[in-house]
Ligand binder design. Structure first.
Ligand code: SAH
Length: 364
């Protein structure tokens, strides 16, 4: 830990220069710095998390998301607890030590049902549990923590409050509520994951700099960054036009996503950073590219195929075939071929460990 570079800082001007940089040779310096800060702080281990998207029912109308309540063409599903447990059992042998239970935001998903599910997973497996169910009440979150939930994932999507509200127009004050929930999760003792999308309409480069500042302010343990992928069944996706070079609009491409991953590693060295599924979807080499530019986590979608095709948050024309033995062997082989190790533990964020040590020191 003596080598920790937790106080590595970059000025806004330096960050802006990197965000505008197009010269490959200079960018190689950014990638190399991010990779070495990753190695120095969180090491060579890659943590695998298996996502089970157990329901696509949703009450929200987020204008970027394909499972939003206004999409009437979508077949809605909810897996039973037995289906979830048997899906988890299928990937137990593949070096996964965390399951991520994800869904739309839906009041029909009852507190007691999730409580029971957490208890079952904890008694029947050794997996750490990450929840990602959208915004929920403090009492729900407290109960789930008490019965064994370890982490929660809730992206704030953008630090630009006005922009966020314009994409969630049904719900004034929703950005603030989301930020408050991240603080509540922290208070309740969860490992807190959040993050942003890169390149959705209206997002400007200054917003990305503010996003990086916000990652630090919120003291996050995990930070996920993925490109915005236009979905034709959404308001935002229908009218989408790719950004032109040098425009103010942030492009939703691989390069900008890589830059944000690398800059996040430099400014928040101890956090867990996934090489995201959306990045793997827009580019065949995206998964590996994210891991060599600061990433140390991979979160494959392990939802059984019959359900997964309806968990349509973004279009996934090149979607990888996650649930085959072959896929797992190839993923593990490609991680090892980068000189990285697959973690044999649940991969608690170093950020989480160190901030908890600090808290207990203060108490003494
Ligand atoms: N309902 C939960 C979890 C599911 S959505 C929640 O709101 O937190 C998970 C994430 O998918 C979102 O946070 C968003 O960052 C991402 N997402 C949704 N639509 C997307 C799109 N069109 N392109 C890229 N990412 C998208």
């Amino acid at each position: 830990m003596n080598n920790s570079k937790e106080n590595h800082t970059l000025t806004r001007t330096e960050i802006m220069t990197w965000l505008r940089e197009r010269d490959e040779k200079r960018l190689n310096v950014l990638w190399a710095n991010a990779d070495s800060v990753r190695k120095l702080n969180v090491g060579d281990e890659v943590h695998l998390r298996g996502i089970i998207a157990f329901s696509n029912h949703c009450n929200r109308t987020c204008q970027y998301c394909g499972i939003n309540a206004l999409n009437k063409d979508l077949i809605r599903y909810a897996m039973t607890q037995d289906e979830i447990i048997s899906a988890i059992r299928e990937f137990e042998s593949f070096e996964y030590h965390t399951v991520v239970l994800q869904s739309g935001e839906y009041p029909g998903i009852k507190r007691d049902w999730i409580t029971e599910l957490i208890k079952r997973i904890k008694s029947e497996t050794n997996l750490a549990i990450t929840l990602s169910l959208g915004e929920r009440s403090e009492s729900d979150l407290a109960e789930w923590k008490a019965v064994g939930a370890d982490r929660y994932l809730l992206k704030f999507e953008t630090s630009n409050e006005k922009l966020y509200e314009s994409l969630h127009s049904e719900n004034k004050g929703s950005w603030r509520k989301r930020i408050e929930m991240l603080q509540t999760l922290d208070k309740l003792g969860y490992e807190v994951g959040s993050g942003i999308m890169v390149g959705f309409p209206g997002q400007q480069f200054d917003d990305l700099i503010n996003d990086l500042e916000m990652f630090k302010e919120l003291n996050l343990d995990m930070i996920g960054i993925g490109p915005y992928i236009p979905h034709p069944a959404t308001k935002l996706g229908k009218d989408f036009k790719p950004a032109t070079v040098d425009a103010k609009q942030v492009p939703n491409n691989k390069l900008t996503t890589y830059k944000m991953i690398a800059l996040t590693r430099l400014t928040c060295p101890l956090v867990n950073i996934p090489s995201t599924t959306s990045l793997a979807i827009i580019a065949v080499d995206g998964r590996a590219g994210g891991l060599t530019r600061g990433g140390n986590v991979v979160m494959p979608d392990l939802t059984p195929e019959t359900f997964r095709r309806h968990y349509d948050i973004y279009p996934s024309y090149h979607r990888e075939h996650f649930n085959t033995d072959n896929y797992h062997h190839e993923l593990m082989a490609s991680i090892r071929s980068m000189g990285r190790r697959i973690s044999s533990d649940s991969g608690v964020s170093l950020k989480f460990k160190t901030r908890n040590i600090k808290i207990s020191n203060n108490d003494n």
